[in-house]
Write a new protein. Structure first.
Length: 150
């Protein structure tokens, strides 16, 4: 059995697996945006691609569109609770991409009180132990109920 549940990964990739959808979600992490704001913030996206991605993300219940003007009809976009649930995954992907570009320090999240870069960790709440998923023999397994065993 693969270490990562491939069916769940496939489901996630089908919802948010393309570049533009990830960028739209990332832009909305900071708060509500109007269509024009998203178009300005996401460099290189065309109007038709942005409209398609927003419609798809709305259909997947990751983004909600709320009208702020009826004539002409204009929308403000925000993340749903499910969309906000992607925050950690998007931050991890962003940090991973920054490491590949050599600008890791510019992108890393930092603790607001001391300024230390944050680290993403998997933790067993029962044992109160960090689990190293990158170890040669990971201290976790996937079983039929998708539980991790330390």
């Amino acid at each position: 059995m693969p270490f990562v549940p491939l069916e769940a990964l496939d489901r996630a990739a089908r919802l948010v697996g393309d570049r533009w959808s990830l960028l739209v979600l990332g832009a909305l992490l900071d708060g509500d945006r109007r269509y024009g704001d998203l178009l300005e913030q996401i460099e290189g996206i065309s109007t038709n691609v942005l409209a398609q991605r927003l419609a798809g993300l709305e259909a997947a219940h990751l983004v909600i569109a709320e009208p702020y003007s009826r004539r002409p009809p204009r929308m403000r976009y925000s993340l749903t609770a499910d969309g906000r649930g992607l925050t950690a995954a998007l931050a991890a992907l962003s940090a991973w991409g920054a490491e590949r570009a050599g600008d890791e320090e510019e992108v890393r999240l930092r603790h607001v009180f001391c300024g230390t870069p944050l680290e993403a960790r998997w933790r067993c709440p029962t044992c109160d132990i960090d689990v190293d998923l990158q170890a040669a023999t990971p201290e976790a397994t996937i079983d039929d109920t998708v539980t991790f065993n330390a």
